[in-house]
Design a protein around this ligand. Structure first.
Ligand SMILES: Cc1ncc(COP(=O)(O)O)c(C=O)c1O
Length: 451
């Protein structure tokens, strides 16, 4: 694409001047091309991409079948509008997704554009289906930046700071993550589960009675809050409470869905049935598309027109998502995720076992190719955080991410803790994965040595 702004440097300066300061940016550059596991910048630099656009381009950049399907759809019908008529790709997508659902009861679909919008729709539906208002969310959760989604987002105050008041009727309990309970990282999952389920019982008897509680909203694998899988027993316990009290369970698979965790959806690891499930990101490999899935028996209560949106379920995005579903099957993506996941864990655990870095690595965790390494901090987020290690170097995660960048690997931090997250392409080759692990390991050793 040509620009009247002549070179890469002036394009960058133009962006800095005219793009809102409200956006954060981890690379000071202009991304121009993406192919498979690599991205290129305007200055010619090429990076191995372990960010996948924050868990979106799971099939790699510009997968030929996905981009090809979108290009073909562009020449047939770009926009039909979901309140005017069905489009073929919209219906084909439902056909592809039905057999992938974590429970056969999930048979009614609504597509929107972003994950935040899917969360908004899920909460509207929960209120309408139950005739109740309150939502219980998790301390540490991230669900988006629109007003409803912001109210249930509890991973960092930056998302809501200065924007209050938020949507009322939101209560929270700690996510089953040792930090949220001020417990050591070695705590048994059963102990964490018991503590969090106890908090849920307490909230239901002290803050929001079951008769006022429409839904409990959970990421089965906490994303922006630290890449922490919820113990299966915790999710099962929440399901039991929901069944007993007539509360709906909303499972947010926006980041963890579409083979990312080694199953189509992370909730399958626990074998728990969602009443409502939100999907986005990996669904369309970069085209803006999200979805809310529930049971027809519930969604039949919605009045026509109560759901919708000008671009909701856009035909081009749906055509791309149909191709994604086909590629997931044809290219045996789940098999690759599980094979590469074992190698990733092995590589990170090998790093962790090195005496030079082991004192500052607190945790290696995750599912599939949604994996995190957590480091110690000299300050923590509070003076009561028992994992503070005064001897640990400061700001390890951001310094390591920066060092990786200098060595040609794009990788992200996450949460208010010192966490680096791995979200490489789902179809990454063994060679590229090893290359990324090597760069990361070198960066960790160097930064820890520098202190
Ligand atoms: C679990 C989860 N839910 C919801 C969202 C919001 O999605 P979006 O940024 O598309 O609005 C995100 C985004 O990172 C997410 O990770």
């Amino acid at each position: 694409m040509s620009s009247t702004i002549q070179n890469n440097t002036s394009l960058l300066e133009f962006g800095k001047k005219h793009v809102t300061a409200g956006l954060a940016r981890s690379v000071d550059g202009v991304m121009t091309k993406g192919a498979g596991s690599y991205v290129e910048f305007g200055d010619g630099k090429v990076f191995l991409d372990f960010t996948t656009g924050i868990g979106v381009t799971g099939l790699g950049h510009c997968h030929p079948k996905v981009s090809g399907a979108a290009a073909k759809q562009c020449m047939e019908l770009v926009h039909g509008q979901c309140s005017i008529a069905f489009t073929e790709p919209y219906l084909q997508l439902i056909e592809r997704l039905l057999p992938m659902m974590p429970d056969p009861s999930l048979d009614s679909f609504f597509f929107w554009n972003s994950g935040s919008e899917a969360i908004e729709a899920a909460m509207k539906m929960a209120r309408l289906f139950t005739g109740k208002q309150n939502i219980i969310a998790m301390q540490g959760a991230y669900h988006g930046r629109t007003f409803g989604a912001m109210a249930v987002t509890k991973s960092k105050t930056i998302y809501s700071e200065g924007f209050h008041p938020l949507m009322p009727g939101v209560f929270s309990i700690p996510y089953p993550y040792w930090h949220q309970l001020s417990l050591p990282p070695t705590t048994e999952q059963s102990e964490i589960t018991a503590q969090c389920l106890n908090q849920l019982h307490l909230v239901l008897s002290q803050q929001t009675a079951p008769r006022d509680t429409a839904a409990i909203l959970i990421e089965p694998l906490l994303g922006e809050g630290g890449y922490v899988p919820a113990p299966a027993e915790f999710l099962k316990g929440v399901r039991e409470i929901c069944d007993k009290e007539g509360i709906l369970l909303i499972i947010d698979e926006v980041q963890s869905g579409f083979a990312r965790t080694g199953k189509n959806f992370s909730i399958e690891h626990a074998g728990v049935r969602p009443d409502i499930m939100t999907i986005a990101k990996g669904l369309a490999n970069g085209f803006p598309l999200s979805g809310v899935v529930s049971r027809k028996e519930l969604t039949d209560k919605l009045k026509p027109g109560s759901m919708g949106g000008t671009y909701a379920g856009n035909a081009v995005a749906c055509a791309a998502a149909v191709a994604v579903a086909d590629v997931l099957k044809e290219e045996k993506i789940l098999e690759n995720v599980n094979a590469r996941s074992k190698e990733l864990f092995a590589g990170l655990n090998e790093l962790r076992s090195k005496p030079s870095v082991s004192p500052v690595i607190l945790d290696v965790r995750g599912q599939g190719l949604m994996v995190a390494v957590e480091f110690a901090s000299p300050t923590g987020t509070s003076p009561y955080d028992s994992f503070v290690k005064p001897s640990a170097p400061a700001r390890l995660s951001s310094r390591i991410a920066k060092r990786c960048q200098e060595k040609g690997l794009l990788i992200l931090t996450t949460s208010v803790y010192e966490v680096i997250r791995f979200i490489p392409p789902l179809n990454i080759t063994q060679e590229d994965l090893n290359k990324g692990i090597k760069i990361f390991s070198e960066a960790v050793e160097e930064v820890v040595r520098e202190g």
